[in-house]
Design a protein around this ligand. Structure first.
Ligand SMILES: NC(=O)c1ccc[n+]([C@@H]2O[C@H](COP(=O)([O-])OP(=O)(O)OC[C@H]3O[C@@H](n4cnc5c(N)ncnc54)[C@H](OP(=O)(O)O)[C@@H]3O)[C@@H](O)[C@H]2O)c1
Length: 262
């Protein structure tokens, strides 16, 4: 979509939840390139302010940093409500991934995954879609993952939350379309973010992509179908896992990838 049309459809501000680093920052950059102003949310204030300053200097767009934890939705809602800006695009990128055997995962980490990865996108999509419906335009991007296509050992809870985001986006894609709101789930494979590099210390997965390429492809696909799987290798992988193999075989293959995580 051309910059002017992108701005008309999704302006004036885009909110990126989890936007100071990695894929979230890449989304912020790809959006700023398209001329939209930004609201960036992240917990660590120094890094957030540095990211905002970098985007302002490079793209001359307004960038509002909101230091907040997506696990505390009521606080996030209060901070957004206090802004006098019109948010036409939501990118929900923040996530928490408890890694390891379910039996060893503490309850607090499971609750945090549910708060950040499920409650956060669900309630923020509800909150921000209301004014979009009134304006009859807008966009919502929810970050899912290829890990959410089937059960994924050692990241079972995380994978289930990513499945939630994909299914939510599909339902909203159909429901909000008549209101002029585009919705898409990004089912990414491996993305070379600091979060990914920390989890996968030893090897790079086949098809691993740069964050900016994933963000660009996702924004370019917004307004088309309900799901994007960035990258040819990832598309082929998803096709094989979802269409050609039994669920049992798909889980077994996934466990070869995720079973070594610790
Ligand atoms: N990386 C991959 O290989 C991969 C693959 C498939 C899907 N995904 C999905 O892509 C998204 C990004 O993944 P990533 O782990 O690689 O992270 P990332 O893009 O590096 O994002 C981390 C960003 O989110 C912020 N953040 C994290 N937790 C937050 C919280 N509770 N509240 C507010 N901000 C928070 C971080 O800042 P602070 O730490 O300062 O809060 C940082 O700005 C996730 O939704 C993930 O499920 C990633």
């Amino acid at each position: 979509m051309q910059t002017k049309r992108f701005g008309e459809k999704y302006g004036q501000y885009a909110l990126v939840a989890g936007g100071s680093d990695g894929l979230g920052y890449a989304f912020a950059e790809a959006i700023a390139r398209r001329g939209l102003n930004l609201v960036l949310i992240a917990r660590q204030e120094d890094r957030l302010r540095a990211a905002a300053a970098r985007l302002l200097e490079t793209y001359q767009v307004d960038v509002i940093p909101l230091a907040a934890d997506m696990a505390d939705f009521e606080n996030v809602k209060k901070l957004i409500s206090a802004l006098d800006v019109s948010i036409g695009l939501l990118v929900y990128n923040a996530a928490f991934a408890p890694i390891g055997l379910f039996e060893n995962t503490i309850e607090e980490h499971l609750a945090l995954a549910a708060d950040v990865n499920v409650k956060g996108p669900l309630l923020l999509a509800k909150f921000l879609s209301a004014p979009m419906i009134q304006r009859k335009r807008g966009g919502i991007v929810l970050m899912s993952s290829l890990a959410g296509g089937q059960g994924s050992p050692k990241i079972a809870a995380y994978a289930a939350t990513k499945s939630f985001n994909a299914i939510l986006a599909e339902g909203l894609w159909k429901e909000l379309r008549p209101h002029g709101i585009d919705v898409i789930a990004c089912c990414a494979g491996a993305v070379l973010t600091p979060g990914y590099k920390q989890a996968e210390k030893t090897r790079k997965a086949p098809g691993a992509m740069e964050a900016l390429a994933v963000a660009e492809k996702t924004l370019n696909a917004l307004g088309g179908g309900p799901v994007i799987i960035p990258g040819l290798i990832n598309k082929a992988g998803r096709f094989i896992l979802a269409r050609l193999l039994s669920r049992k075989a798909a889980i077994n293959i996934m466990s070869k990838n995720t079973g070594g995580l610790s």
